[in-house]
Design a binder for this molecule. Structure first.
Ligand code: HEM
Length: 499
């Protein structure tokens, strides 16, 4: 009993001590002379966390708040200053006019421990190191030529999926699961090489870390109170994930080094990086940690984003049978005479491309893009954005701005058919891949990963909802995460289609 009392007192004293620490750090009066953007009233210590914590979908809650407080909205999230941008005009200011100031990603506990922060790849664009690594990504790893070199991998993996689907037609399948495994298999083979035995483990680790990175953790919200990292157990969990990941990546690097150069087949991305490392083609030495960081980035950034898009495109077409029919007719017209779908005809699928664009407007995989951080104070629209402010661009809200999109909530691929609007980072009302110097470097890599599976799914099968559901009843609820996928997996019945 006595012991119990002592423990409780100790934990009370510790909690009280932490509370005081937080209080003194957080109640430091902000510089009241600054003209900050408008935002909801803040509470002591937590700032605006109460505005977000109850909601499971941050991008939607932020849109509602922005409708009230304006497209440049200031929030205090724990210790952090944050600004949410919800109009194309302001997105232009952040990602174009002031791109140099906002090109940095915030350094977080997750990034420090897990993403090989020392390499600088994802976090500090103001040094040559980062510029060189990003150049490798754009020029070497995700160039059109490299992406084309993985054509046979994509065709083989998608064909495996079709064969699997053909073996159990007329039954209910979990299409979401199959699409996610497909994209992981393609990315895994392209990045790590043929049928890597560690692939499953890598997938599991990516899932663990993206779950971690998606949430608001106490340690991230109050980084100056270091003890919270230890007490919440977050540091040790992250360190464990990193340790396991490092072991796997180390093993993959070792196998590749032993077999390098490859006797047969195309280079995978690890091979390319090791070749650059060996030839000393860069102005600085490419370390093993750099190689691991790049591979890890590609895996985490590339897999779930593409599969989410395929999943939403199928969902939207199912809800709109007329659109599904037009897309199918196009696929049959283009590939029918060949008797099979391959990548040579993808460019002719104008309607399917419009379906994908419209899917990315309503369901951008990363609705808040990736956070940026100001590296100096600056003024936007007469308001001060202090240094080290986290900036979130709400691409989800911008894609629904009624000033730019008629009937914004309607899924209407035709709006893209005779339109010049593209996702390459020049049209700020439509930025599912971001824009500016932080724009997604994987666009070319992503497109065939989305187009080819969709073309196959439409070519070989007709799709029905199970349990006598009507198409318009299909549930479209989003789930919370780093990427926003369907809350409930897509269970469908597929019937073979003979043309
Ligand atoms: C539908 C598919 C995809 C979507 C919607 C998407 C979207 C995005 C977005 C919104 C960003 C942040 C951009 C910004 O802050 O301005 C990003 C960054 C990134 N993406 Fe993608 N992405 C996709 C596929 C891919 C693929 C397939 C790869 C690699 C193979 C990839 C690699 C990356 C990397 C490495 C970054 C970080 C870039 C940086 O911080 O400088 N992405 N992506």
């Amino acid at each position: 009993m006595k012991m119990e009392f002592d423990l409780r007192s100790i934990s009370f004293i510790i909690s009280f001590f932490i509370f005081l620490l937080i209080l003194t750090k957080i109640l430091k009066k902000p510089n009241s002379t600054l003209k900050l953007p408008p935002g909801p009233p803040q509470l002591p210590i937590i700032g605006n966390l109460h505005n977000l914590l109850g909601s499971s979908l941050t991008h939607q809650t932020l849109k509602h708040l922005s409708d009230k407080y304006g497209p440049l909205m200031y929030l205090k999230l724990g210790e952090h200053s944050a600004v949410v941008v919800s109009s194309p005009e302001l997105a232009t200011q952040i990602m174009k006019t002031h791109d140099v100031i906002f090109a940095q990603r915030p350094i977080t506990l997750v990034s420090t421990i897990v993403w090989y922060n020392s390499t600088g790849i994802a976090f500090s664009p103001n040094n040559d190191y980062w510029r060189q690594l990003r150049k490798i990504c754009v020029m070497e790893l995700m160039s059109l030529k490299r992406v084309q070199s993985f054509r046979s991998i994509r065709e083989e993996e998608v064909w495996n999926l079709v064969t699997d689907l053909k073996s159990n037609v007329n039954s209910v399948i979990n299409l979401s699961k199959k699409i996610f495994s497909l994209t992981y298999a393609i990315t895994g083979r392209a990045a790590l090489g043929q049928k890597n035995s560690d692939q499953e483990l890598v997938i599991k680790l990516v899932e663990d870390i993206t779950k971690f990175a998606a949430g608001f953790s106490v340690a991230e919200l109050y980084p100056s109170v270091r003890i919270l990292q230890v007490m919440s157990g977050e540091r040790s969990k992250l360190e464990k994930i990193h340790e396991r990941m490092d072991t796997v990546l180390e093993r993959i690097l070792h196998q590749h080094k032993q077999e390098n150069p490859r006797k047969t087949g195309e280079e995978d991305l690890v091979d390319v990086l090791l070749r650059i490392q060996k030839n000393g083609e860069l102005e600085f030495p490419l370390t093993d940690d750099n190689v691991k960081a790049v591979i890890w980035d590609i895996f985490t950034a590339g897999s779930e984003t593409s599969s989410t898009t395929v999943e939403w495109a199928m969902s939207e077409m199912l809800r709109n049978p007329r659109i599904m029919e037009i897309a199918q007719t196009e696929v049959w017209r283009v590939f029918g005479p060949k008797g099979n779908v391959d990548e040579t005809g993808l460019n002719e699928l104008k309607y399917l491309k419009a379906v994908i664009k419209e899917t990315l407007r309503l369901h951008p995989s990363a609705p808040l893009l990736l956070p940026r951080e100001s590296n100096q104070a600056c003024e936007i629209n007469g308001y001060t954005i202090p240094v080290k402010t986290k900036v979130m661009v709400n691409a989800w809200a911008i894609g629904r701005d009624p000033r730019f999109w008629t009937e914004p909530e309607r899924f209407d691929p035709e709006r893209f058919l005779d339109s010049e609007i593209d996702f390459k980072g020049t049209d700020y009302e439509y930025t599912p891949f971001g824009a500016g110097r932080r724009i997604c470097p994987g666009i070319l890599f992503a497109l065939p990963n989305i187009e080819l599976p969709l073309a196959h799914l439409l070519y070989h099968f007709d799709w029905k909802l199970g349990a006598n559901l009507k198409f318009e009843d299909l549930d479209m609820t989003e789930s919370f995460g780093l990427t926003v996928r369907r809350k409930n997996d897509l269970y469908l019945i597929h019937v073979p289609h003979y043309i």
